[in-house]
Design a protein around this ligand. Sequence first.
Ligand code: HEC
Length: 141
Amino acid sequence: MAKNTFLYSLLSLALMLGLGFMVAEPNRLLGEDTPAPWVADPSAKDLVNPVESSKKSISKGEKIFKLRCVVCHGPKGEGNGPGSKALNPKPANLGSERVQAQVDGEIFWKISEGRVPMITWKLIIPEEDRWHLVNFVRTLK
Ligand code: HEC
């Protein structure tokens, strides 16, 4: 009996530690440590934006952005949308120097391919619309 009680306390201790770990470190538990910075495929630099950045293109991009992107990236693309809180890594600040320093092709490539938790937008958003999005993202700097 005494032996059983000892085993039970050991078991509940292990359980408490386990639960504590799950609450404190959910990302580590899921194996989602913050990944390395995201670099576009080198070929992306050669992609030429076929859509001139006009008022019309930017406003098309803005419409899609509001529909598809604001939830994570926020209305100004700062990475603070309502859905951003639980994400790791956090949605990028699209107006930041780091993002804006990339050429259109790299931004287009990242939107197209995605990286967890951002989805592969080329499966949903037509190519021309993704260039409108790039033109809109350029207005966020
Ligand atoms: C589910 C949330 C979510 C949605 C919706 C989302 N994103 Fe993202 N986005 C992210 C996260 C998270 C990252 C950072 C990914 C990383 O660094 O691995 C990211 C990164 C990016 C980047 C790359 C920035 C860089 O250079 O590192 C671009 C560009 C981007 N998003 C644009 C968009 C556009 C445009 C849309 C809408 C079509 C969109 N995102 C919708 C979560 C989201």
